[in-house]
Design a protein around this ligand. Structure first.
Ligand code: PLP
Length: 384
């Protein structure tokens, strides 16, 4: 059976070069990076090289990059630690953040009495900057604004410069979940009004279970995981040396090939939009997906018929994509993000699908998806 992977927002294939570097290091190096002997120093060297690579591409200092087990941990570290150590009493966020931010915010609200305010969004999921300004003005409580750079379900790219400037003008911190953009765009963190950011290697062809938090040096955040004082006392525990090595290599490759990859993937997305539109004239592209204010890697759509089993049917035909975030793939549960921005009528009468691309995809993958979707749609027309 033909197999097509169109779920790159959930995770990506690892690059062969990344695998090779990791395998070599796994085979020949096992030292604990905290040991002062040769074996340890070699491991430590891998970690510091990866840190330097990331710092160089993002325009920050090595000291501002803290390795974590991925995006979820980085976001937890930043939000929980800003409450514990920076005196944050209020979080301004959106209702369409990734669950690792949404659930952390809920937990801080419930268990630590942190005030949470949600910025208004329109039916395309765009942030109401006027409302953000009003919220910032409305309280003197120490505040952190936590608004993602790009949404992992609908692809919206948020205006992080404007958000960060507003936050700073009101003496608030700005944290941005950049898991879907770091490694996909040239991002100079030093030039952005962002105090904290998160990244995850498996979104840009690196290994799972590794990522980093960007923590601006002057902010004074402290560890959530305490112990031996690794990661400059910001995250204890023996480092995931081989994962970090793979993360560094994947980040380097992503940044070196950025323009070329972007052009290739963007053309695939354009092709998919065009073909889907001509096959299904009543199709709806969710959020800002069909505009330039969207990830070039992702297309979120609502097909003009209701099919609760579409994820299952596509899977049977060898097509991997999702209906919302990865956590919702295959599950009947509807998407929290789509529920937030789409009307009840739209949700009741359409079928959501998230297709996300990488350089591993070809136009033929989209053609195959289209042919299966047309079959499914024809069956619906026949029974309507
Ligand atoms: N934030 C966003 C926007 C994501 O898409 C993801 C992954 O799905 C995460 C955070 C979590 O990252 P990780 O899988 O590395 O924990």
């Amino acid at each position: 059976m033909q197999k097509v992977y169109l779920d790159n927002a959930a995770t990506t294939h690892m690059h062969e070069e990344v695998i090779q570097e990791m395998v070599n290091a796994m085979r020949f190096n096992f030292g604990n990076p905290s040991s002062s002997h040769f074996f340890g120093r070699e491991s430590k060297g891998y970690i510091e090289k990866a840190r330097k690579t990331i710092a160089q591409y993002t325009g920050v200092t090595s000291a501002e990059i803290i390795f974590t087990s991925g995006g979820t941990e980085a976001n937890n570290l930043i939000l929980r630690s800003s409450v514990e150590y920076l005196g944050v009493e209020r979080i301004i966020t959106t209702r369409i953040e990734h669950s690792c931010v949404a659930e952390t915010v809920n937990s801080l609200n419930k268990n630590q009495n942190i005030q949470v305010d949600y910025v208004n969004l329109n039916d395309k999921g765009e942030i109401d900057l006027e409302d953000l300004q009003q919220l910032l003005k409305a309280s003197d409580k120490k505040t952190i604004v936590s608004i993602m750079h790009a949404n992992n379900e609908i692809g919206n790219l948020n205006p992080i410069e404007k958000i960060g400037d507003l936050a700073h003008a009101h003496d608030a911190y700005y944290h941005s979940d950049m898991v879907q953009t770091l490694g996909h765009y040239a991002i100079n963190l030093e030039n952005l009004p962002v105090d904290f950011a998160s990244s995850s290697a498996h979104k840009f062809h690196g290994p799972k279970g590794t990522g980093f938090a960007y923590i601006k040096k002057s902010t004074g955040l402290k560890a959530q995981i305490t112990g031996g004082g690794q990661e400059r006392n910001m995250r204890s525990g023996t480092e995931n040396v081989h994962g970090i090595l793979g993360l560094g290599k994947a980040f380097e490759m992503a940044n070196e090939n950025l323009e070329k990859d972007m052009d290739y993937i963007f053309a695939l997305k354009e092709y998919a939009i065009q073909e889907l539109q001509s096959a299904f004239p009543d199709i709806h592209f969710n959020g800002m997906c069909a505009t330039e204010n969207s990830l070039y890697t992702l297309l979120s759509l609502s097909l003009p018929f209701k099919d609760g089993l579409i994820g299952f049917e596509l899977d049977l035909r060898g097509i991997a994509c999702s209906q919302g975030s990865a956590c919702q793939s295959g599950a009947a549960k509807s998407s929290r993000v789509l529920n937030e921005i789409l009307s009840e009528d739209m949700i009741a009468s359409t079928t959501p699908l998230r297709i996300s691309f990488s350089t591993h995809n070809k136009k033929e993958d989209i053609d195959y998806l289209l042919s299966v979707l047309k079959e499914i749609s024809a069956r619906h027309s026949a029974t309507a």
